[in-house]
Write a protein that binds this ligand. Structure first.
Ligand code: UT7
Length: 322
């Protein structure tokens, strides 16, 4: 009997209507378009307003991914939704999406909290559920509304993040020419204080704001994400020369450039959406993937490397034969 793997069959995305440019940010905090562009590569970000809650954005992205696969909610066995900014403390954002897209009662839906690494974690969980034979098809969603947990007086964080959602449909396959080859996940809790919120349910019954030691996170990000990519390539007996595209977490262009340099990847092999989206946390990788799939850059058979680092610290990689 041939082995069961999982493959991504479609993508979908949603970005809030409101775009906030660096120039507009200059009116809110003591910053400049030049500083933000030079230090991060970010030029603008989308900001969720009104009805654009986390579950709203996730549902839109999910429906678009389903449409692109010519499927409906009825065809999905599970939703695995990565977010740090769910609508409510409970229930999970995923169950609202489950209801919004009309899934069957016997399906299940839950949230995963690994902050900016959330999409890699959620994809890994879906891949393993499918390989274990428990489900046939999953929606994996990365969505965040970081604008709601930013201290808009703190220029060291508020210029970095944006809101958005993207989803992929993952399904069982026996085709070794189009599959998720591997996922590698890591966390190191001793670094939880370098990126965190200063509030929470059991701590002080508040949501809290994002607090970050940017330089510390930067150092870990380059080192750990490079290691996670090396490990993924080695586990699959591949080298950096085999990579068609790097689909990185979009936090800082300097981080992405350092990783690409280590891999000796030319810039046309790097999918970058950072300048338009900022850091959208769990949504950043699937948003970049969606853009490059939609514009025809990524084609079936390409080898994709995805990598992320987020608060925790959490990090990981996914190697995908598209
Ligand atoms: O997605 C989760 C993972 N997150 C990340 O990967 C983020 C990693 N870190 C970073 O991307 C960078 O560390 C930042 C973009 C956050 C900061 O860049 P940096 O080059 O590390 O700047 P810095 O923190 O060393 O600050 C340099 C200077 C400071 O001024 P002084 O002390 O040199 O006078 C800051 O006060 O830049 C100042 N600064 C700003 N100036 C204008 C900090 N933020 C701003 C700002 N506008 N928004």
């Amino acid at each position: 009997m041939s082995k069961t793997y999982s493959r991504i069959i479609s993508t979908g995305a949603y970005l809030p209507k409101k775009i906030l440019t660096n120039k507009e940010l200059e009116k809110i905090v003591d910053t400049s378009d030049e500083w933000i562009k030079q230090r991060t590569g970010i030029e603008a970000r989308h900001i969720a307003k009104g009805e654009e809650t986390t579950s709203f954005m996730a549902s839109k992205a999910a429906i678009r991914a389903l449409d692109n696969a010519k499927l409906s909610g009825y065809d999905i066995d599970a939703i695995i939704l990565a977010t740090t900014t769910a609508d409510r403390t409970f229930p999970a954002c995923a169950v609202t999406v489950q209801d919004n897209i009309g899934m069957e009662d016997k399906s299940f839906a839950f949230d995963v909290q690994a902050v900016c690494s959330g999409f890699i974690y959620a994809l890994s969980i879906a891949d393993n559920f499918i390989k274990a034979g428990q489900i046939k098809r999953a929606l994996v969603i990365g969505v965040d509304s970081f604008s709601k947990i930013l201290d808009w007086n703190d220029r060291t964080t508020c210029v970095l993040f944006g809101d958005g959602a993207a989803a992929v449909v993952v399904e069982a396959t026996n085709d070794e020419n189009s599959m998720i080859l591997s996922t590698h996940l890591y966390s190191e809790g001793k670094y939880r204080n370098i990126l965190h919120t200063d509030g929470g349910v059991s701590l002080n019954q508040q949501t809290g704001y994002v607090r970050m030691n940017g330089q510390e996170v930067f150092k870990h990000a380059v080192k750990r994400m490079s290691e996670a990519i090396d490990e993924a390539l080695k586990a699959n007996h591949l080298t950096a020369d085999d990579i068609s595209f790097l689909v990185p977490h979009q936090a800082n262009k300097r981080i992405i450039d350092s990783i690409a340099k280590k891999l000796k990847l030319p810039h046309e092999k790097i999918i970058l959406t950072l300048s338009k989206h900022g850091n959208t946390s769990a949504a950043s990788i699937p948003l970049a993937l969606h853009e490059a799939v939609s514009d025809g850059r990524i084609k079936r058979g390409d080898l994709l490397v995805m990598e992320a680092m987020g608060a925790g610290l959490t990090w990981g990689s996914a190697l995908v034969r598209w």
